[in-house]
Design a protein around this ligand. Structure first.
Ligand code: HEC
Length: 134
């Protein structure tokens, strides 16, 4: 099972320490300015995004209908760029999609967050295997 291991650590987006869904691990030495996630994770996130998020947030993440705010660019960065991956994950997994919040799997939410990060200029990391934090 994939335990979400990022709570309690609150890695900063700008600082590179993301452990999302147990599938991503990063250490500050690797790439100081980048949170890491596996490229494959962002790809899975893209598929999940098409299925569950695109109607409201748009095909390019900033051309949504039905009131979905842009999920990339200046607006997104202003809102989330100083926060942590954990906060973003927490928000998405608790609130999205609005018609059935929390109904996707933790892994899928993690993939979605990876997809959002990849669209906001955070590069995927080298493949890192589960790092257990406890
Ligand atoms: C039914 C339309 C709808 C769907 C589907 C939807 N969203 Fe949203 N999303 C919204 C709305 C509306 C807001 C703004 C909510 C608010 O400000 O209270 C929002 C806000 C967000 C935010 C915060 C954006 C910000 O900076 O304010 C994120 C991140 C997000 N959604 C991600 C997702 C993801 C990931 C999915 C797919 C699992 C998804 N959403 C599906 C309508 C939707």
């Amino acid at each position: 099972m994939n335990r979400i291991a990022l709570f309690g650590q609150l890695p900063r987006l700008g600082f590179a320490a993301a452990v999302i869904g147990g599938a991503v691990a990063a250490s500050a030495q690797d790439q100081p300015a980048a949170p890491l996630y596996a490229a494959a994770q962002a790809e899975r996130g893209q598929a999940a995004y098409r299925q569950s998020c695109q109607d409201c947030h748009g095909t390019s993440l900033d051309n949504g209908e039905f009131g979905g705010p842009p999920l990339k660019g200046g607006y997104f960065r202003t809102r989330w760029g100083n926060g942590s991956v954990a906060v973003l994950y927490g928000y998405v997994s608790l609130a999205m999609p609005p018609d059935r919040p929390g109904q996707l799997s933790p892994q899928t939410y993690a993939d979605l967050v990876a997809f959002l990060l990849s669209n906001n200029g955070y590069p995927p990391g080298a493949r890192t295997r589960n790092r257990t934090c406890a």
